[in-house]
Design a protein around this ligand. Structure first.
Ligand SMILES: [Zn+2]
Ligand SMILES: [Zn+2]
Length: 254
């Protein structure tokens, strides 16, 4: 099993110490995770310590440990992001959309504002930014693909139609989509992306990976086994791991 979306720093609520890294890696071992990747928010990337994480990783021969980054995508940040990615040897980069214009839409206090908006328009605006992220050439993985649903607001139009241009761009760019289990702990209470989008992703032949979006050790590997079963039921045979920004296909044997 694999978990490529783990926030060692959380929201900067801990430092990268050997003890902190061990806590996360011990949790991974306990959950039966063999492949783990730390992907902290790019806002905090300068607080990360590559050599320390790699050093502690060597204490765990049963684990493959990688270092990635979750980047907050905005069109006006493309140059800044490219420069940041140049500066560090990440194994993979997750592109995530948390913001529409100036609106940081995934904060809990924003829930009421989601309900006030036209749902179709909201989804269209969101997926248009995901499409740009996919076309930017900056990323390996698209994070929590349908995050816009987090408060349970659903579009009138079939979500597959609204998401289609973004999925086409993802396919075209050869990107990987993650199944992110953290949506279950948001008001929407389901994984990202939802099942019918996963079916479409499979149909389009887009490769997938897995992530818990853990911000503390207790959430490492959370519901990953269930996500594996979901993928298996769709006939998915492989999941993607990364090293030096190259994807590696692993059999989805579970
Ligand atoms: Zn995110
Ligand atoms: Zn995250």
């Amino acid at each position: 099993m694999l978990d490529l979306h783990v926030h060692l720093l959380g929201h900067l609520d801990r430092k990268v110490t050997k003890a902190a890294v061990r806590e996360f890696l011990n949790a991974a071992v306990e959950k039966g995770i063999s492949y783990i990747g730390f992907a902290d928010h790019d806002l905090y990337w300068e607080h990360f310590n590559f050599s320390l994480v790699r050093q502690v990783g060597e204490e765990y021969p049963e684990l493959q440990v990688r270092i990635g980054l979750e980047v907050d995508y905005r069109e006006d940040r493309e140059e800044e992001i490219a420069a940041m990615l140049q500066a560090c040897p990440f194994d993979y980069v997750i592109g995530s959309v948390h913001q529409i214009g100036d609106w940081l839409f995934d904060y809990p206090e924003e829930e009421k504002n989601h309900h006030k908006r036209d749902a179709d328009k909201l989804y269209k605006e969101y997926f248009a930014i995901v499409e740009k992220a996919a076309k930017s050439g900056l990323f390996d993985i698209i994070g929590h693909f349908d995050l816009i649903k987090l408060f349970g607001v659903r579009p009138q139009t079939d979500v597959r139609l609204l998401a289609a241009p973004a999925l086409e761009a993802i396919k075209e760019a050869g990107l990987v989509v993650e199944v992110n289990t953290n949506g279950r702990y948001k008001p929407v209470q389901e994984f990202y992306p939802e099942y019918k989008l996963l079916e479409l992703i499979k149909e389009l032949g887009i490769p997938v990976t897995l992530g818990s979006d853990a911000h503390h050790p207790g959430a490492v590997g959370r519901d990953i086994s269930e996500a594996c079963l979901t993928l298996q039921s769709l006939g998915v045979k492989e999941i993607n791991f990364f090293s030096g920004r190259k994807s590696i296909q692993l059999p989805l044997a579970f």
